[in-house]
Ligand binder design. Structure first.
Ligand code: FO1
Length: 327
């Protein structure tokens, strides 16, 4: 079929994409336009998940699902398009401090997730079912079925990630982070299989600490990735994060706030690193880390940008998989 041949001409192998946050979901959507569901699996961070008003909120998974289903809110980057907030408004009227903006359509999905989890389904099974109902055909996998919760250490004490990120608008200084539940967590069988069968891994332009970090922290994940040609799309462009607190976190942890700082963070694990044109001057320093640089326009403003960056990333993957056989 025309679509399939157009897809497979970009890259014929299998890709496991690691994602979290809005940037990650954008590239996952671009990749899904080019690769078949057999070729692309998206492994998603669950460290941002939390319990709120009796609901299990999975922001990174939902952002990927909504983007792949093309029902995402383009202004916020998370949540649903054409959303209303009647339930939220009513909870406010009833005295709830409604700092986390759950829209009505989003709440509908959360109610179904609550019911499925309460019926004993694993998170992987729930997300498979919700994806199917949203018309998403590419596998979207929670990194683990056991809860892992990112806790941010601040001078005010430790706080859950969403408290830090949304309620406190990332204002407290981040001294460090802890992944609560990590000791009991395992990557799911589906995640392990996706990594074992992948010809390449792509780290989407996601926060290296709170989005990609929790996935890499699961037992066996780093070891698997170390065997596979892996490329990173820098989430830092021109010394700034396009969205979210990655730059602030790097600065507060004494790291160089640049794409090079991100490349250093991943050096030894990854083979390729995609830099934006404005960071072309960092390419030699990235190469000196033993990581192959690739310079392009890494900003995704619209749907066409997502596809274009995915085409370029897959072209780069093709070259790396040719070159990185000895990894
Ligand atoms: N981010 C915000 O900045 N404010 C919100 O009120 C908010 C609500 C929200 C509801 C559902 C959802 O899936 C995501 C939501 N997000 C919100 C985004 C989310 O908390 C973050 O983007 C991610 O956790 C960062 O990766």
């Amino acid at each position: 079929m025309a679509i399939n041949s157009a897809r497979s001409s970009v890259f014929g192998g299998r890709v496991a994409a690691l994602a979290g946050g809005v940037g990650g979901a954008k590239l996952a959507h671009g990749l899904a336009q080019l690769l078949t569901p057999e070729q692309l699996t998206i492994i998603v961070n669950t460290g941002d998940d939390f319990e709120h008003l009796g609901l299990t909120i999975c922001p990174d998974i939902d952002t990927v699902l909504y983007n792949l289903a093309e029902v995402n809110n383009p202004a916020f980057g998370w949540g649903r398009a054409d959303e209303s907030f009647h339930v939220l408004e009513e909870t406010k009227r009833l005295g709830h401090d409604a700092w986390f903006m759950l829209g009505d359509k989003d709440i509908a999905l959360h109610l179904l997730r609550r019911a499925m989890l309460d019926a004993g389904m694993t998170l992987t099974e729930v997300i498979y079912e919700l994806a199917r109902r949203l018309g998403v055909t590419h596998p979207v996998l929670p990194m683990s079925d056991q809860p892992v919760r990112t806790m941010i250490r601040t001078p005010e004490g430790e706080m859950p990630f969403q408290e830090y990120f949304v309620h406190r608008r990332t204002k407290p200084v981040m001294l460090g982070m802890r992944l609560a539940g990590l000791a009991e967590a395992r990557p799911t069988a589906q995640v392990r299989a996706a990594l074992d069968e992948a010809d390449a891994v792509i780290f989407c332009p996601s926060n290296p600490f709170v989005s990609i970090g929790p996935i890499l922290a699961l037992p066996g994940v780093r070891e698997r990735i170390a065997r596979i040609p892996t490329l990173v799309i820098s989430p830092i462009i021109g010394g700034r994060a396009l969205k979210g607190p990655a730059a602030k976190m790097m600065q507060e942890q004494g790291l160089e706030v640049s794409a090079l700082g991100v490349a250093r963070h991943y050096a030894g694990l990854v083979d390729g690193f995609v830099l934006d044109n404005v960071d072309a001057g960092l390419a030699d320093a990235v190469r000196a880390l033993g990581v192959t640089p690739f310079v392009t326009n890494a900003i995704m403003r619209d749907r066409a940008d997502r596809r274009r960056l995915a085409v370029e990333a897959l072209g780069f993957v093709k070259r790396l998989t040719g070159a990185a056989g000895a990894k």
